[in-house]
Design a protein around this ligand. Structure first.
Ligand code: DGY
Length: 322
């Protein structure tokens, strides 16, 4: 029996590609160059499965016409880059990779919080530029983290893991906003307490960290009025999705001193990062590194293997989202 024909849009960890090559008739992106939506549309017409990742774009237009693909095995937990309704209309199943990137993404949020509060990026730049004049009582004074209040927007797996680190690691008071009510006893396991509105969380927090999904429902959740509702001197951390933040409003809030700083791992138009953000010393910028550890990227890839193997064996894929 012929093996399903699959296409990977980017290079994946080699151990995962080896398993895929054994089980499937696999086309790899050996140059690792991003594929255009047109190239992805062509792949959907010529392969049984396409395995995209979070930096690809799959708008409704890629699903037009005759499609051969029956499943999209997304390498990533977020799937706001895929027009799910259009995929569904063509009878295409979509899977993602939840769970395995929780800890590493929460770790990156903690790294950003600590770096921006304690001016880690600035300090490193100063030393590398050969500009450090030595210790003195007024040098590069940051903001204390231990004991402060952190506000979490979105209390899913990653929000909870981040709360745990903040509360049990740094003695922080943790409040959060979540669309649905979280059982108070469950929240208490993470040292956290739910508030009724985003505004209440913003008003209470020295640090605000975003952990909600991207896409239309949360687009520009952080806008000019929400920045104005933050505590004076507070910081924003974003490891969720770039479109959750109105980047122009963020830049204005930083320029006017409405907020004190930001730690960002995601951007509205990746890989473009606005020049104004790149010029600000009080902003820590990472290139979407949340899940970028050997362990996690291998685990994400193996989740895709499990999902598409189940699909082609006629079983329900464990992480089906559509
Ligand atoms: C995801 O899986 O959605 C992450 O953004 C990748 O790190």
């Amino acid at each position: 029996m012929s093996r399903p024909k699959i296409l990977l849009t980017r290079r994946w960890p080699s151990a995962v590609e080896a398993v895929l090559a054994e089980r499937f008739d696999a086309t790899f992106n050996t140059d690792d160059l991003p594929m255009s939506p047109d190239a992805i549309a062509e792949a959907l017409r010529t392969h049984d499965a396409v395995l995209p990742t979070v930096s690809d774009k799959l708008p409704a237009s890629v699903f037009e016409g005759e499609i051969r693909a029956k499943v999209l095995g997304n390498f990533g937990v977020g799937y706001n880059h895929i027009d799910i309704a259009a995929a569904k209309a063509k009878g295409i199943a979509v899977t993602n990779t939840p769970g395995v990137l929780t800890d590493c993404t929460a770790d990156i949020a903690m790294l950003l919080l600590l770096s921006v509060a304690r001016r880690g990026g600035e300090g490193e730049r100063q030393i590398r530029a050969g500009e450090w004049k030595g210790w003195c009582p007024t040098h590069m004074i940051g903001s204390k983290v231990t004991g402060k209040t952190v506000g979490i927007i979105g209390f899913g797996r990653i929000g909870k893991a981040f709360a745990q680190r903040c509360h049990f690691g740094f003695g922080m008071d943790v409040v959060f906003y979540n669309r649905s009510t979280v059982d108070a006893a469950e929240a208490a396991r993470y040292g956290a307490r739910q508030l009724a509105t985003v505004e209440e969380v913003l008003a209470a927090s020295d640090f605000v960290s975003l952990h909600c999904p991207g896409g239309v429902e949360n687009r520009h959740l952080m806008n000019a009025s929400r920045f104005a509702a933050m505590k004076p001197g507070a910081y924003l951390i974003n490891t969720a999705r770039g479109d959750v933040v109105d980047e122009a409003a963020l830049i204005a809030a930083l320029e006017k001193g409405v907020i004190r700083g930001a730690g960002l791992d995601v951007y509205e138009a990746e890989p473009q990062v606005p020049e104004k953000l790149r010029a600000m010393e009080n902003v820590v910028l990472l290139p979407h590194l949340g899940s970028a550890t050997e362990e996690t990227r291998n685990a994400m890839g193996m989740k895709v293997v499990d999902n598409i193997t189940a699909f082609f064996e006629g079983r329900e894929p464990p992480d089906r989202v559509a």
